[in-house]
Design a protein around this ligand. Structure first.
Ligand SMILES: Nc1ncnc2c1ncn2[C@@H]1O[C@H](COP(=O)(O)OP(=O)(O)OP(=O)(O)O)[C@@H](O)[C@H]1O
Length: 382
């Protein structure tokens, strides 16, 4: 079992290593509920493997099946079909209390009449762990969650973020092999949530325990995760590292759900080497990596992120994707300007322009502008 150690630099997380037995596996798992005589397919066949020590997120919109998937890992729901494995062992029919997994929820469910120390020590006392060991383990874990010195406080004397750290300490002190977190920061305001995201990642690194994190907040998942499974309608649409999900979304759904994305559609005019040339409007030309899959005449949906696009009043030169349009909206947002540009065919493109050197706006509403980006910044979608 993974040891929890406290103190600066005490423990280092186990990075996911391919070839090892996964900490958690869902193998073609289906979950159906019967609700008012109708069958609801909450999870429609999910397979995934989570590595030991990984920070893994299940990300998707409300109702996509994230919580149901997590509850099947914990053992609170039985799959209708499929297998759940923990460290290679089939636990599909093993009850939750025999799974060596703990869960943290959005509602902290702390005992209000107990102080921090007693809240964290509660489970160990119940298991009749010797007093000296309780003292050491609670002390260690309070140090990890940065609550040393606040042992005597009651939950109501603490902020939401501190209470959530107590809940985390209470789960971690049992040294589970994995911790499941269901929207644990959902009740906190934005600033605190952002601070806690960094904290959670640090804590996970220090204790080296596998974390499975359920969220509908894409920035939260991008900030903390080693890998993300993006779910939609009971299925995993893409499972990859945050950068891959953002830079190379596997589907229209993922491109639209993660960050701001421009979706365009064009016809392949020509394939030259590993680049396809797409036509949109009369003067527009878009270059897309062809990957051997695009042929002349095919219609292609593609995505390009707003921050990859350069906006200019003159036509740019070079081997770039270039489209021309009219500025419909300009918004000054401090660190960047946001433009909405309407192309000849009516398609709208959002462009983010960093205010890195000065804060002048390149174009005003009604101006004709040229938008350009590097070929590898367009990405053809399936
Ligand atoms: N006990 C249940 N009985 C019937 N239907 C259920 C039950 N639990 C979940 N569902 C349905 O299964 C689907 C998936 O629910 P689930 O809670 O897993 O989604 P989610 O992605 O976690 O959503 P949210 O972010 O809103 O919690 C939804 O359509 C939901 O209504």
């Amino acid at each position: 079992m993974t040891e929890i150690q406290a103190g600066p630099g005490a423990a280092v997380s186990a990075a996911p290593v391919s070839g090892d037995v996964p900490a958690i596996e869902l193998d073609n798992v289906v979950k159906e509920y019967v609700s008012h005589g109708e069958v609801v397919r909450a999870v429609k066949g999910v397979s995934l493997a989570i590595a030991e020590g990984e920070f893994f997120s299940l990300l998707g919109p409300s109702g996509c099946g994230k919580t149901t998937s997590m509850r099947m890992i914990a053992g609170f729901e039985d799959p209708t079909q499929g297998v759940v494995r923990l460290h290679g062992e089939d636990v599909t029919n093993v009850p939750p209390n025999k799974r060596d997994i703990n869960m943290v929820f959005q509602s902290y469910a702390l005992f209000p009449h107990m102080n921090v120390w007693d809240n964290v020590a509660f489970g160990l006392k119940r298991k009749k762990v010797p007093d000296a060991e309780i003292k050491r383990r609670v002390g260690e874990i309070l140090e990890v969650v940065d609550l040393t010195g606040r042992e005597k406080r009651r939950p109501k004397e603490m902020s939401g973020g501190q209470q959530q750290r107590v809940a985390l300490a209470r789960a971690l002190v049992n040294r589970p092999r994995a911790l499941l977190l269901d929207e644990p920061l959902g009740a906190l305001d934005l600033k605190l949530r952002q601070a806690m995201q960094i904290e959670l990642k640090r804590i996970q690194r220090e204790v080296g325990i596998t974390f499975v994190y359920v969220t509908h907040d894409q920035s939260e998942a991008l900030t903390m995760s080693d890998r993300i499974a993006v779910m939609n309608d009971g299925l995993v649409e893409q499972l990859a590292e945050p950068r891959e999900i953002y830079e190379r979304p596997a589907s229209k759904f993922v491109a639209g759900f993660i960050g701001t994305s421009n979706l365009l559609s064009g016809t392949v005019q020509q394939v030259a080497g590993d680049t396809a040339v797409l036509a949109l409007g009369a003067s527009d030309r878009i270059l897309v990596p062809a990957d051997g899959a695009l042929s002349t005449g095919a219609t292609v949906d593609l995505t390009v992120r707003p921050e990859k696009i350069k906006i200019a009043k003159e036509q740019p030169e070079g081997d770039l994707s270039v489209v021309r349009g009219t500025v419909a909206e300009v918004v000054y947002l401090g660190t960047y300007n946001s433009y909405v540009v309407v192309l000849g065919d009516g398609a709208e493109i959002t462009v983010f322009e960093q205010n890195a050197h000065d804060s002048t706006i390149t174009a005003e509403r009604g101006d004709t502008v040229w938008l350009s980006w590097q070929p590898w910044h367009s990405y053809a979608l399936r």
